[in-house]
Design a protein around this ligand. Sequence first.
Ligand code: RB5
Length: 145
Amino acid sequence: MKIGIGSDHGGFELKEYIKEYLEREGIEYVDYGTNSLESVDYPDYGKKLAEGVISKEVDRGIAICGTGIGISIACNKVRGIRAALCGDTYSARMSVEHNNANILALGGRVIGKDLAIEIVSTWLNSEFQGGRHGRRIDKISNIEA
Ligand code: RB5
C-alpha cells in the first residue's frame, strides 16, 4: 500500500514524525508538502493530497493541519474523498470499517505524537466491511452526484 501524506505548517512536525514511522515500517509514501514551518494555506495541500488519492497515485492519504479540521474540510470537497478527522483509535478503525475513509485527518496541535502513530497504525490495519456500510457509502456518492 502506498500512502500520501500532506500538511500545512501547523501539521508539518507531525507529518515528519509520521514519515519516520512509515519508513521504519517499510511503508511507501508520497509527501505532498508542505516542507517547512513557513505559513501556508491548508486547502492547497489538502487538494494536492486528495487529487493524489483520486488519481490513484497513492492508495490512501494522511492529511494534517493544526486542528485537522480545515484540511479535512478541504479534502472532502474533492469528489470521491471521504476524509475522517480522528483523535482516537476507535474512530480511526470505524472510519475505515464503516465509512471506507480514504483520507485520515489529524490535528498536529491537538494530539500527541505517539497517539497519532497509534491512530495511523490502527487506520492502516483496518479494512472496509462492505455490506450495509457499502449501501450508505453509495448514498454519500449520490449526494455528490
Ligand atoms: C493555521 O494557523 C491553522 O488555521 C490550520 O493549521 C488549521 O488548524 C485549520 O483548520
